[in-house]
Every structure is written in C-alpha cells, then in structure tokens.
Design a protein around this ligand. Sequence first.
Ligand code: PRX
Length: 638
Amino acid sequence: MALRITSLREYDQQYQRSIEEPEAFWSEVASDFHWQQKWDRVFSGGFEHVDFKWFEGARLNITENCLDRHLKSHASRTALIWEPNDPKENGRTLTYRQLYEEVCRCSNLLRLLGIGKGDTVCIYLPMIPELVVSVLACARIGAVHSVVFGGFSAGSLADRIRDSQAKLLITADGYYRGSKPVNLKSMADEALRNCPSVKHVLVVNRSQFPISIVPGRDSYWDQLIAKCSPNCEPESMEAEDPLFILYTSGSTGKPKGLLHTTAGYMVYAGFTFLNVFQYRENEIFWCTADVGWITGHTYVVYGPLLNAATILIYEGVPHHPSWSRWWDIIDKYRVNIFYTAPTAIRSFEAQGDQHLAHANLSSLRLLGSVGEPINEEAWHWFFQKVGKGNCPIVDTWWQTETGGIAISTLAGITPQKPAHAGWPLPGIVPVLFDDNGRMITQAGVEGNLCLARSWPGQARTIYGDHQRFIQTYFSRFPGYYFTGDGCRRTEQGFYRITGRVDDVIKVSGHRLGTAELENAINQHPEVVESAVVNIPHAVTGEAIVAFVVTRSLEVDVQRLEQEVIDLVTRSIGPIAKPKQVIVVTGLPKTRSGKIMRRILRKLLQGETSNLGDSSTLLNPEIVTEIAEQLEQNPVRVN
Ligand code: PRX
C-alpha cells in the first residue's frame, strides 16, 4: 500500500497535504489499488448541494482488490479464521485462494438466482464464514448488500427488506448465541410474510434446527454452491455505483439506509485500516464487531482484506462458556490486534480479573476501542490487564455515516490520551459549533461536532430519501456535516467525544433512536404515549428508561413493564430492551406538543432545579409530579 504514515512528522506533513492538496493526496492513496480504469476527477461537488463524488470516471471491483490482487503473492496466506460459538466444535480457516474460490462460487450462485448489478440482497446470518463470503459475492457481481444484524427481530428485518426492496434473502437455519438457540429461519419466514420483493431465500445449514422450506422460494446454500464454478468474472463498477446499504438509527422516524458507494469507500477503508492499526504483514486481526454493523463491514471485511490481512471472526458471545473465552481465543490463535467495544471491556472488568489470570496474551501488539466513549477507568483496565501495559490503545471515533475511522490515534505514531479519540485522520477537518451556530475556536469548550469537508468514505445518501439525508446532516450547520455528537477539543488538539447530542441512545454501543423505541412501546394497547430517555449505566454505557402514560391509572406496573420489554424485543430486538418502565400521568411537553426528553433525563439524574429553559413548557405541574414520583421510587438500572 502506497501511503503508510510511519512517524509523527509524516503525520503532520500528510495531514497538512490532505488539507492543502486533497486531490493530490487522495490520488496518491488510491494509486496503489487495482483499477480497471483510472478516475477523471478525484473529487467533485460538496456540502453546499450535498452532491459530493469521489474518483468519478474510474472503474473497478472492490473484490479484485480484496482477493484477486493478493493471489499472486499471498494465495496460501490465511485470510479468515473462524471460531465457532462452541469451543468443542472445530473452527475453519480459509486461505486467500480458498476465500476467492468460495466468493466466486457464491457469486455464480447469486447470478443463477437471477441477481445482477444493482439488485439488493439482504443478508441475515450469524458470524460464520458464509457471511463474509456473501458480502463479497454481492460486491463481486455488483449487487448491493444490506446486512441485517442477526440479533434484530423479524419486524426490524421486514422493515429493512421492504425499504431496500431486496430480491434475495440469505439466512441460516439457526444458530446458538452462547447457550441460547436463535431460530433465524423462522424469524426470516415471519418477516417475509410482508415482503413481496423477495423472490428467493438461500439457507445456510448451520444448526440442525427443524425449519420449514417454502418450495420455489427457498433453497439450501450447500446444495447449490457445490455445483458452481470457483471462478467468476467480477462486474465492472463505476466509482459511485452503490456498494451497500446499512441501516442505522437516527433522531426521528424509522432507521435509515445509509448508502455507501464503491471507490471512495474502498480507498478510505484500506487507508484507515493500514494507518490506524499500523498493520504489519502476517498479523492476525480480531475485530469483535458483528458484520451487521459498520465496524464489521469496514474492519472485519473490507479494510483488512484490502490489506491482505488475516481476520478472525467469532460466532459467540464473550461469556460463553465462561468469561475467559475471549482470552482463550486470543491465545489460541495468537491474535496481534484486538479491536472491541467499551461495553465489552467494562463487562470483563466487572467480572473480576480472575478470568484473565491464566491468559498469556503475549501475542497482542495493539488494542482498539470503538462504538461509544471509553471512560478512563475502563481504558486503564484494558491497557494494564489486557495489554499488560505494552500495547497502545487506539480509541477510534467514527460512524456508520463516515464509513471508516475519522478521529483516532495512529497506533504508536500519534500520541494517545486515555478517553480521548485523538487527532483527526488525514482529510478529516473537525469543527465545533455552539448551539447558536457559532464556531468554537477556543480549547476545552464542549460543542457540536461537525466535519468541514467531504472524505472518500462518506455515505452519499439515505437510500431512497436524499432530502432526509440533507435534512439530517447538512441543515443544522449549513455547509458542514453534522455528526450528532458532542465533543471537546484540548489545547493539544485532542478530540474527546462526549456522546450524542440528539435523540440517539447508545446501549452497549448499539445505536437506537428514541422514535423507533417509542413507536414500538406505543403499540401496547394500554399505552397512550411514551418517552424514552437514556441514563448512564456502569457496563452498557447508557441504558433505556421508558416513561409511559397508560389509559388507566390502575395498572399492574410489573406486568406492564414485562409486556413492554417483550414488545420492544419482538419489534426491534433484545438489544433495545428498556431497563425500567415508569408509569406517569403525563409527559413534559412544549407548547407545540414536543416531548421534552431533556427534562426527563435531568429528573432521572435527580436534578429538580436548573432544568434549562422551560419557559416553553406546556405542563410544568407534570415535571413536579414526576420529580416527586422519582424521589419516592428511584430508578434501579445499575
Ligand atoms: O456517538 C458516537 C459513537 O457511536 C456513534 C456512531 O454509531 P454507529 O453509526 O453505530 O457506529 C459505531 C461504530 C463506528 C457516534 O456518533 N462512537 C463511535 N465511536 C466512538 C463513539 N463515541 C466515542 N468514542 C468513540 N471512539
């Protein structure tokens, strides 16, 4: 790879160059990839009209860069190591040659099922090699993949399939998540009742769970794939052809399908992987994220494979069969880079150090954190207990929308500071604004984090709704991309992300919108309306508390709480479960009828004065009532 930053001085130079001569900079980064045809223009458009484009005129296929390109020198290198849920079951490894052949077979299979360039394929699979293979096979034939996390419910899957108009669903008969069986196929069947766009379902055999097969619609992966050729011509893609849609939650409405395109995403994923992790040949990289999230797209699949790295994927959960499972995996495969989430780190910390006692962990060179702010205590625990004080930590800030890491220490190159993401990557220009839209230039003041310029990995639109894209990200601070995060900048230019400033909640790093949660809760026949707020939680970072107004005041709160939890689990998934449900007689609202969640959040933290500007409050008496109620029955989430 051409552009590897290897010293602090080089970081300064390259960062400067990426700002002063962005086209020359990105053109150099891009030059080391394989292009069927080079670009005419590195960049065009911008934030004013929200029409940014990268590498226009180029033709390529991202899988040629992830696979074919490496066959010459690295065909027998391990591309993928798969560790199953059950430690007694054998795992699998695939070399670059084998992965290439599996991907080609799958690509041919997709074509056989009538899938071609521009069609959307929904992938709803556990963390098994077929998940990586399916993603790459879609990319190879120019189909747009839409991966839905296997922990989402049938309802969430259906919403995503309908919005993306997927023609094919790839799923599995079922799997175990820890000791829990997950009947994936039956959830898929339930979802498909109302998804007429799906013509075929491809079922991977993973468990022996009994499933029903719909003749003419469903077929088994294993039966068909064996007959497919291990070679497949890649589709020639234009730079801005869609690569994938990935749904994520926002402040309002339903989850939105962020659309990433081919060339810019590829260049950014490859560049950031190499530089943030300072990847060295033959190292084993373990990112614990599920491929159903952006972290899994960029740093399980594309970024590492673009760099001919060896990836490890694990099907299970951290505590199965015991809390030492992850440390055993690191020792078993001699993992070098371990990239995980603060929630996982805090849960390990909470379980006590005895689970680490027998672990060697000497293979580790580098640790990474992603998905939510990491508190100092967890940072130090990670550094001392897992890294044994020898491994740098990269605290990587980014989003589904940014496509790749945007603010982070470069391992061992730029300075690290506990609980601070660090300095921006080349091409990233962070800017802070106060709530009145004034730019904050001084250090130490919290503001709304925006990015001033486009970078190649940026999402181009919300699938099917460009207006919503403009409205969500480019209207609050015109001319800037608004991240939705609060942030502080230190004298030394380190960025510290303080959390979301909008109605997005991060539970265990999972991104959830208050609107989708409330919509689910409001389906309960006894609920008139609800308001969902986040409160700090020692392990999951944030937890959800739901305030509900019921039709009758005579309500069995315990029963209702359980029913609301079940309802949310069914309509979104277990990750979205509220920790507590509080029945109230009304919700604080503005005169225009907007629920003031900010006030509820403060009340939950025990604040009764200093509730901010409540002059627009329609019903102040409700605030007093809820405050009294909370005083008598404090929340019990930690
Ligand atoms: O609030 C920030 C938080 O996660 C949000 C993005 O969520 P998602 O699109 O699901 O992507 C997560 C993985 C890239 C951000 O707006 N976030 C992500 N990384 C960090 C973080 N907050 C603090 N520090 C981080 N390192």
